[in-house]
Design a protein around this ligand. Sequence first.
Ligand code: HEC
Length: 219
Amino acid sequence: MLTLRTISSLGLVALVMLTGCRQDMHDQPRFKPLAKSDFYADLRSARPPVEGTVARGQLHEDTYFYTGKVGNNPGDYMPFAVTDEVMARGRERFNIYCSPCHSKLGDGNGMIVQRGFRAPPSYHTERLRKAPLGYFFDVMTDGFGAMPDYASQIPPRDRWCIVAYIRALQLSQNATSADVPAGQKVPSTPPEFRGDPGSGATLPELAPVSSSEKGEAEK
Ligand code: HEC
């Protein structure tokens, strides 16, 4: 027959077992973050990833595409074909990310520079005209001196589009009439203004095209 005493001691046993379970959940065999551990020879409980581990989406097998380098030196070719779409993308991205300092022309006189930031060198110097394509990619990827890197803002493909556009800018600023294909007229005769061109706040009025040029255009 169950006495009050046995009932209460059974209850006590049950209580102890239950709290025991609860304690197990609290004291799991785990390490506190970065705690010391005698289990491993280097005493670090936080284990480095197994050698050769690659995070998802981070397998950058095509090294040239991601670094612009062949071995330790910048390469001088595009990792994909340059199309109209690539050039348009390059121009758009360049004007957004680079022109504030380098200017839309690439002469290094962008708005931020006009307001006091250190002036970058012009892209139209002998040295930078001869610089290989991969060099420009590398400057964007890792930064250069006072210039921050743009690796997190501009994905690799867009960086290459900008590289292609910079080369086009360089060509545009150093072209001679010999670069114009035979039979084509350079279209950019400077416009003539009627009177004073003004401050630029309003569009200047163009002088009427002279009759000889009109004849050319109509041909
Ligand atoms: C915040 C202003 C700023 C922006 C934006 C900027 N640059 Fe620069 N860049 C500089 C400065 C300043 C230098 C010169 C750094 C130095 O000599 O310490 C420079 C230098 C360079 C050089 C020349 C490196 C050399 O060998 O002399 C290249 C190429 C270049 N930038 C490309 C770019 C491209 C491409 C972008 C757009 C993705 C860009 N920069 C955006 C400020 C800027």
